[in-house]
Design a protein around this ligand. Structure first.
Ligand SMILES: N[C@@H](CCC(=O)N[C@@H](CS)C(=O)NCC(=O)O)C(=O)O
Length: 238
């Protein structure tokens, strides 16, 4: 078994006891403003983890640099590097953070509820995110001339169908479960990205209330301040 495998086994054993783990490790998060890399930024902050952030300027193509492609050939963020070992994909990253910092209760402790939370994480990344990507870059999915409007219209329809499902799940609740979990952080990104496209999301009252609640969490405030500072740095370098 590799050293990382042994440590993961230790983490899992400790996680079962739900006690804080004091294993020193170096955590690096590759991040870009506005992107879904804000999800691990929020959950690592909620976990009170010590981590370094390496912002990538996507406008300058830094996510496609030779050095970054060595770490993540998929040229995407988030990417977590734990003691030199890269881990991509938000779902896996969230589960690693939850396992490593069990005291933060980033996933529900009941095994069935935990799976339901993983199901929500997976839905955010594979059921909602792709429609946001289409809105971000219609030509990235269809290069037929004059198709942009139709890509946007269909993506918005699918997105709204998903927001409605989330709105129903959040009816009468503060969070998806009885306390804040990683699923709230991921859905927060999904909803925020829609708002940043200037979509009228006022019809999703429960999602909007969840969004406001999330914005008031200290971890999210910290993220928003950090995002602004990175954007200011990138603007200076433009
Ligand atoms: N399936 C990945 C999706 C990550 C993703 O698509 N990230 C976007 C930003 S939100 C990205 O890095 N795009 C840059 C690119 O595709 O070149 C996950 O859940 O982590």
């Amino acid at each position: 078994m590799t050293a990382e495998g042994i440590r993961l086994k230790m983490i899992q054993a400790v996680a079962r006891e739900r006690t804080p783990l004091e294993v020193p490790m170096e955590i690096v998060l590759y991040y870009a403003p506005i992107t879904c890399a804000l999800v691990p930024y929020i959950t690592l902050t909620e976990a009170n983890a010590t981590f370094d952030v390496r912002p990538l300027n996507m406008r300058k193509g830094q996510h496609r640099s030779a050095d970054y492609l060595k770490l993540n050939p998929k040229h995407k963020v988030p990417l977590l590097i734990v003691d030199g070992q890269p881990l991509s994909e938000n779902d896996a990253i969230q589960q690693w953070i939850a396992l490593t910092f069990p005291h933060a209760q980033l996933l529900p402790s009941d095994p069935w509820q935990e799976l339901k939370a993983i199901s929500l994480l997976s839905w955010c990344s594979s059921g909602i995110h792709p429609y946001l990507s289409r809105l971000n870059s219609p030509p990235g999915v269809c290069d037929v001339p004059n198709s942009e409007q139709s890509v946007r219209r269909l993506a918005t329809e699918h997105l709204f169908e998903n927001y409605k499902i989330a709105d129903d799940l959040l009816a009468g609740r503060e969070y998806f479960f009885d306390h804040f979990t990683a699923a709230d952080a991921h859905f927060f990104w999904c909803f925020r990205r829609g708002l940043l496209f200037d979509l009228d999301l006022s019809g999703f009252a429960n999602c909007s209330a969840h969004f406001e609640r999330m914005q008031n969490r200290p971890s999210v405030q910290k993220l928003l301040t950090f995002e602004k500072s990175v954007q200011a740095e990138f603007a200076k370098a433009a």
